[in-house]
Design a protein around this ligand. Structure first.
Ligand SMILES: NC(=O)c1ccc[n+]([C@@H]2O[C@H](COP(=O)([O-])OP(=O)(O)OC[C@H]3O[C@@H](n4cnc5c(N)ncnc54)[C@H](O)[C@@H]3O)[C@@H](O)[C@H]2O)c1
Length: 271
């Protein structure tokens, strides 16, 4: 269901591949009259998706303020802004070059700020409400190994989302985040090409499967809809329960599960 006037104008950064592409396609499928713009540093990807959807294609970086401003001056205030552009640079912290650190913070955190501010500024000037959804990650909530600045960038983004939500709520602009978990798609697809690693990771997910780009698109589309009209400043974790599973998956003796005491066994033990 759309929020505000229809048809909606929807800007998707990082819409040239992976999760951003799936999100742009979801908006196009649900709202065929929506005006969609794809902003991606990968011009080829952006053009491919934009052509398919009859959307506007902007080849440029979210870190380039002038390019973002020009794109939005051209497109107009977006009712929905999805900030999916993101990068990761792998490597142990001890070997991490400061430039790789800065590059990740620049795209994931500063770039999202630049786009969100440009979108919100235009909405405020036009006196229109809107919705912004940023893609964070479970890696912003629990540290991973060898993902460099990625987790810190997403943790920072999580707080930025809450701050933007507070500052822009008086203007009717909602700002939320979706934190994907173990997703078989986008930048994580190469991880799951290894069958053993895939099976081992899948086995750790309480819901018993890896997530998909469609799972993420579902959450983003819902948060951007009027059905989530009273929700702002929240991070919706889309991870099949994996982030919270540490305590539940620790080995326990039978006595902890209450076997032989209540006549029932279960996951009621206090670890
Ligand atoms: N795939 C996952 O497992 C996963 C999990 C958690 C969070 N995420 C987040 O979801 C978002 C989408 O990631 P994905 O998995 O689809 O990755 P992806 O690499 O397939 O897509 C990212 C897109 O962002 C674009 N991009 C990169 N730098 C840019 C820049 N400076 N300006 C504009 N566009 C730029 C890329 O060209 C690409 O099209 C990212 O923010 C990522 O951190 C992904």
């Amino acid at each position: 269901m759309s929020e505000g006037h229809a048809p909606r104008a929807v800007l998707v950064t990082g819409g040239g591949s992976g999760l951003g592409e799936a999100i742009a396609r979801r908006f196009a499928a649900e709202e065929p009259t929506a005006r969609i713009a794809i902003l991606d540093a990968n011009g080829e990807g952006a053009q491919r998706v934009a052509s398919d959807l009859g959307a506007r294609c902007v080849a440029g970086s979210v870190t380039d303020e002038a390019a973002v401003d020009a794109a939005l001056d051209d497109f107009g205030p977006p009712d929905v802004t999805v900030c999916a552009a993101g990068i990761v640079r792998f490597g142990p912290l001890l070997d991490l070059d400061a430039n790789a650190w800065r590059e990740v913070l620049d795209v994931n955190l500063t770039g999202t700020f630049i786009v969100a501010r440009a979108a919100a500024g235009r909405l405020v000037a036009a006196g229109r409400p809107g919705s912004i959804v940023a893609l964070t990650s479970i890696n912003g909530r629990a540290p991973g190994l060898h993902a460099g600045a990625y987790g810190p960038s997403k943790a920072g983004l999580g707080l930025l989302v809450r701050q933007m939500a507070q500052e822009w709520a008086p203007h009717g602009i909602r700002v939320n985040a979706v934190a994907p978990g173990l997703i078989d798609g986008g930048m994580s697809a190469p991880i799951y090409a290894d069958a053993k690693i895939r099976a081992a990771r899948e086995a750790r997910v309480p819901l018993g499967r890896l997530g998909t780009a469609a799972d993420v698109a579902d959450a983003v589309y819902w948060l951007a809809s009027a059905n989530a009209g009273y929700i702002t400043g929240q991070e919706l974790v889309v991870d099949g329960g994996v982030t919270d599973s540490v305590m539940a998956t620790l080995p326990r003796p039978a006595v902890v599960d209450g076997v032989g005491q209540s006549g029932q066994s279960g996951r009621s033990g206090q670890d």
